[in-house]
Design a protein around this ligand. Structure first.
Ligand code: R1P
Ligand code: GUN
Length: 289
């Protein structure tokens, strides 16, 4: 199959992703098989890596840059539990004005680096009434709400070197990795605040209205956020195994008499509170997968 012609509606050609990957391979000795995408306020995960090589996004050819508080904006290569990893300290969101192909640009770069497993983390609002602020949810599925509206990162020319035209998503979140995550969470003392559920992505950046929260609850979503799903779709398209973890940073408001208001300060405060638990969990997970 030929590379996408320049007139293709696909935003980037194989050669562009490859240029970024080759530059990174030439600038680090690490050969990561595991990538970690850090959610809002969860960039501390990258600090766990030893023997680090750090690349600010603006120094990496063709890489987008990160604009959200709580997202540092650098790619960190290093070693964790004796395994080479690459960590995105700051992700890209659709609401920042990036098109959906740019949001997922790093995932195809990871694939070309030789990554096989992606651990995606995020901060999310709890929709499930039995969830508490501070809970960690293993993603077992997602609802791609922007995808319903035509914003799927696989729209456009399909380059078969990445994957097939119509990839399956019923196995998006790897069953074996979820089992390892459950077991590891128990061992690490996180069992008391562990959940497993469905993440729904909305485009953001406005938080949800009360009616929208009620709708999402009816749809079967347990958490809501503004990220993760595009990255997972692209990762699965190119055959990467995915583990998703949400930190429930706030409970969504579903009561018209409530004085609570969703806000990013609370989101970042909760991530600070749970950062050590998450770091312990992810670190041990990497040893166990
Ligand atoms: O999904 P991450 O990047 O963790 O961040 C979440 O937190 C921000 C809103 O507070 C949004 O960006 C939402 O997606
Ligand atoms: N959409 C959305 N994203 C979040 N990220 C963290 N909390 C929330 C939330 O309540 N809603």
């Amino acid at each position: 199959m030929e590379a996408a012609p320049s007139t293709s509606p696909c935003r980037y050609s194989y050669e562009e992703y490859k240029e970024t990957a080759d530059w990174l391979l030439a600038h680090t000795k690490q050969r990561p098989k595991i990538a970690i995408i850090c959610g809002s306020g969860l960039g501390g995960l990258a600090d766990l890596l030893g023997d680090k090589a750090v690349f600010p996004y603006e120094d990496i050819p063709r890489f987008p840059t990160s604009t959200v508080p709580g997202h540092a904006g650098q790619l960190v290569f290093g070693s964790l539990q004796g395994r080479d990893c690459v960590c995105m300290q700051g992700r890209f969101h659709f609401y920042e004005g990036y098109d959906i192909h740019t949001v997922t640009y790093p995932v195809r770069v990871f694939y070309l680096l030789g990554v096989e497993t992606v651990i995606v983390t995020n901060a999310a609002g709890g929709l499930n009434g039995s969830y508490n602020v501070g809970d960690i949810m293993i993603l077992k599925d997602h609802i791609n709400m922007p995808g319903f509206a035509g914003q799927n990162p696989l729209c456009g020319h399909n380059d078969i070197r990445f994957g097939e035209r119509f990839p399956c998503m019923s196995d998006a979140y790897d069953r074996d990795l979820r089992a390892v995550a459950r077991q590891t969470a128990e061992e690490q003392g996180c069992g008391g605040f562990l959940q497993e559920g469905v993440y729904c992505m909305l485009a953001g950046p406005s938080y949800e209205t009360i009616a929208e929260c009620k709708l999402l609850q009816m749809l079967g979503a347990d958490c809501v956020g503004m990220s993760t799903v595009p990255e997972v779709v692209v990762a699965r398209h190119c055959g990467l195994r995915v583990l998703g973890l949400s930190l429930v940073t706030n409970k969504v408001v579903t009561d018209y008499d409530s004085a609570e208001k969703a806000n990013h300060e609370e989101v970042l405060r909760t991530t600070q509170r749970r950062t050590q638990d998450l770091e312990r969990l992810v670190s041990q997970l990497i040893a166990n997968i």
